[in-house]
Ligand binder design. Structure first.
Ligand code: F0G
Length: 355
């Protein structure tokens, strides 16, 4: 059978009607990979990573974008617009290209990973670089979308949340239960809102008996929810979550409070450490922002949180290939240059080989 994507698969849980186009680029159905090594450091029963970087444009945004675009088409819209730290713009640009919608993306000047910018460029979006941060770009697109009747595809659009909640459905469908804890990075706070909605809906349909605790993590230099007020000049190496005034702030707090979870923050060096451990010990290359979920888990475990007997899922929101500069700037890896001469090559190999 053809893979018709997540709108088709979960249409009974989505506001789909006869005029909603069932469009897809094969989004969703991402791998849930069991930890081989890091679960031992954490001391939990089981740790899994959901690799959202396996979506068509390399991030979880495709789940929400496919549905937001489907609804934009249903509503007769010809244009879509978003503000983005990179991934939303890549996703909007891809679906916009595929379904013939003129796409406008607003990005914070100079603070977007090159891979993501290349995506918006190659898909042919109209790119507007704002001399300001994400929060300012979002304000601008809300106003422009209303003035010119352009479909807004940021997570303020409820169909984005609807599409993204399918991430929870997939976890439950795969493990036949909900995890005890769900660790997730928090930027504009749409994704934590969506996951919580998904789990609650599955519980209402008796697909699960218990709900997970929602454990959101922001970067310390961009942690408005943790400090309880907007951050004017957010700064972090994790540019995807460099956001000072999240649109879904209240819903993130609701997810935290209703689930008995937490929203915490991690320093850039903790993010980088989790980012490198994931690659070195698990073979998983995610982007720095994604590693905030694992960094949060590692932090709590170090502080003595008891995760024995617990099943934990970390959402790894985007693919590491989007941001090669972070590797170049932070990872020490020697590249050995050798002449194309078998004796020299043999000598080099034996000199660097482990005992
Ligand atoms: N991880 C990645 C890789 C992201 O791109 C984002 C958000 C998040 C986590 C946080 O998710 O905003 O739902 O809390 N990126 C947005 C963008 C802001 O424009 O691509 P959130």
């Amino acid at each position: 059978m053809k893979n018709r994507g997540l709108i088709d698969r979960y249409k009974h849980f989505l506001p789909v009607n006869d005029s909603t186009p069932i469009i897809s680029m094969g989004e969703g159905n991402t791998p849930l990979v069991t930890s081989q090594s890091l679960y031992k450091d954490i001391g939990c029963k089981n740790l899994c990573f959901k690799l959202e970087g396996s979506n068509p444009t390399g991030s979880f945004k495709d789940r929400g974008m496919v549905f937001a675009v489907s609804k934009a088409i249903e509503e007769g819209k010809k244009r879509i617009i978003c503000a983005s730290t990179g991934n939303t713009s890549a996703s909007a640009a891809a679906y916009g290209a595929r379904y013939g919608l003129e796409t406008f993306v607003f990005i914070p000047d100079g603070k977007i990973a090159m891979g993501k910018l290349s995506q918006a460029m190659i898909y042919g979006a109209k790119i507007i670089s704002i001399k300001g941060n994400f929060d300012e770009a979002l304000k601008a697109v809300i106003s422009i979308s209303e003035e010119f009747n352009i479909g807004l595809v940021n997570s303020l659009n409820p169909y984005r949340i609807e599409g993204q909640k399918t991430g929870s459905f997939e976890i439950v469908d795969e493990i036949n239960d909900s995890p005890d804890y769900l660790f997730i990075p928090v930027g504009n706070a749409g994704n934590i809102t969506a996951y919580w909605k998904g789990f609650k809906e599955y519980k209402n349909h008796n697909k699960i008996k218990k709900l997970p605790k929602m454990m959101g993590f922001q970067a310390a230099g961009a942690a408005p929810i943790v400090i309880g007020k907007p951050v004017k000049n957010p700064e972090t190496i994790a540019t995807a979550i460099r956001i000072g005034n999240p649109a879904s702030w209240e819903n993130a707090e609701k997810a935290r409070d209703e689930s008995g979870g937490t929203i915490g923050m991690v320093e850039d060096k903790e993010i980088l450490s989790a980012y490198m451990k994931l690659s070195n010990e698990e073979g998983i290359f995610c982007e720095p922002s994604s590693a905030a979920s694992l960094a949060g888990l590692m932090k709590l475990s170090k502080e003595g949180f008891d995760f024995r007997d617990k099943n934990i899922v970390c959402i790894l929101t985007g693919n590491g290939l989007k941001d090669p500069a972070t590797v170049k700037d932070n990872v020490v890896s020697e590249i050995f240059k050798v002449d194309s001469d078998m004796n020299k090559i043999r000598h080099k190999i034996t000199s660097i080989m482990k005992e």
